[in-house]
Design a protein around this ligand. Structure first.
Ligand code: FMN
Length: 393
């Protein structure tokens, strides 16, 4: 089974990732990993610092002649901010010596991990919390997950995401966005992201994209921030992944954990999701038919998962991202040391990170699905996995 871990701080020398359990014989290159890293770096609503991040993961082990060896894959990604762009970081993040006069950060930002993180680890300086809780870490997550994503792609399983709403601007109903994605996914879910990536807010609708940009401009001027809603669709999924037999084998539960384990994600739903709570049963459940060959459903309101198992229809996952906690216009806070009421201090930050976060949520779903595949079909090599997969699909 695939497991991955990341290590590294936002302004340390770099990020490290280890991905284990990848079958041998999977073709993977640094360029392929870079594709999703580049996508993660692009999006309207970025702040100053991010403009000079140029991410590229270096494969340090586990791959020979362009193919995985079944051994752990280690990745490393340099943080350009460290040393190259700002000579101060090697001093602030020094692993051995504490230099004189380094300013402690004592004003926790509401909505960030700052206050509770510092209390939990008994820090008198928020810096270590900021460094690890920040979404900079998602760069390495995207890199690690792109290996699972490549495994899925070789089996014909594609993942693609897009933005549904930013603040007050978005589709009016589930059906409205379904009509747009329905045509695109006949060619595989990657066509969703290819199309969405043409918009710098990653929205498939041109009018909505323009309005979303305006909304971001307005909030930027106010010194505030924005979140929104996204959707990720997965195509080519065979029926029967996951299981109803235990709570921790349900695929919808495992997907939800991957999403909720991602910075700033505050809600997740599969298919109709929350809407199914206020509709009658006849407008929620997908009727079953048979075409002489196979069972079918004309609708996919379940979002491709029933009883914790895939139905064979595309998986449809949606989620909510909260607005970014770091804002130019300050919020009230309290100094951790003096306990004096004061206001947050601004550090360069995104105004709306949702267009970029879409790439992160696409990515974190990949190992969950890859593991559901490995659990059902098994295989130490891609050759073995493909044989088993083709016999069962
Ligand atoms: C892609 C991405 C970029 C983010 N960029 C920022 C940022 O620039 N500034 C910020 O304060 N929070 C940013 N966040 C959100 C914080 O990382 C997140 O709110 C914080 O870690 C607290 O975790 P929680 O929101 O899950 O409770 C970003 C999140 C994502 C997914």
């Amino acid at each position: 089974m695939i497991r991955y871990l990341t290590a590294g701080e936002s302004h340390g020398p770099g990020l490290t990732g280890i991905v284990e359990g990848v079958p041998a014989g999977l073709s993977i290159t640094e360029d392929e990993i870079a594709e999703h890293l580049e996508r993660r770096q692009k999006g309207y609503g970025r702040g100053g610092r991010m403009a000079f991040e140029k991410d590229r993961a270096i494969i340090q082990s586990g791959v020979r002649f362009g193919k995985t060896m079944g051994s752990p894959v280690a990745l490393y990604m340099e943080n350009r901010a460290f040393a190259k762009d700002d000579a101060n970081w090697p001093v602030v993040m020094n692993k051995e010596n504490e230099a004189e006069g380094i300013e402690k950060i004592t004003l926790p930002r509401p909505g960030h991990a700052d206050l509770v993180g510092a209390q939990k680890f008994r820090f008198d300086d928020i810096r270590p919390v900021i460094e690890r809780s920040s979404a900079r870490e998602t760069a390495m997550r995207v890199a690690c997950c792109s290996i699972a994503r490549k495994m899925l792609k070789e089996l014909g399983i594609e993942i693609g995401g897009h933005v549904l709403r930013i603040g007050s601007i978005g589709y009016e109903s589930w059906e409205q966005s379904r009509n747009i994605t329905e045509d695109l996914i006949s060619g595989g879910a990657e066509s969703i992201y290819t199309e969405a990536d043409r918009s710098d807010v990653r929205c498939l609708d041109d009018d909505l994209s323009a309005q979303m940009r305006e909304e971001i401009k307005v909030r930027r001027k106010e010194g505030s921030s924005l979140g929104g809603l996204w959707e990720v669709i997965i195509t080519g999924v065979p029926a029967g992944l996951g299981s109803y037999t235990h709570w921790d084998k349900k695929l919808d539960g495992l997907i939800a954990q991957a999403i909720m384990g991602t910075q700033a994600m505050k809600g997740v739903e599969i298919g109709l999701g929350f809407e199914s709570g206020y509709l009658p049963g006849h407008q929620v459940h997908d009727e079953i038919t048979h075409d002489g060959n196979t069972f079918k459903r004309d609708t996919n309101r379940s979002g491709g998962i029933e009883g914790g198992m895939t139905t064979g229809m595309p998986i449809i996952v949606r989620g909510a991202m909260k607005p970014i906690p770091t804002m130019l216009n300050p919020l009230g806070t309290v100094d951790m040391i003096t306990h004096q009421s004061t206001e947050t201090r601004y550090e360069r930050s995104d105004v709306c990170a949702l267009p970029r976060a879409v790439v992160v949520v696409e990515s974190v779903i990949a190992p969950v699905l890859a593991n559901a595949i490995l659990e059902k079909f098994g295989g130490d090599s891609m050759e073995e996995l493909k044989e088993r997969f083709s016999h069962n699909v």
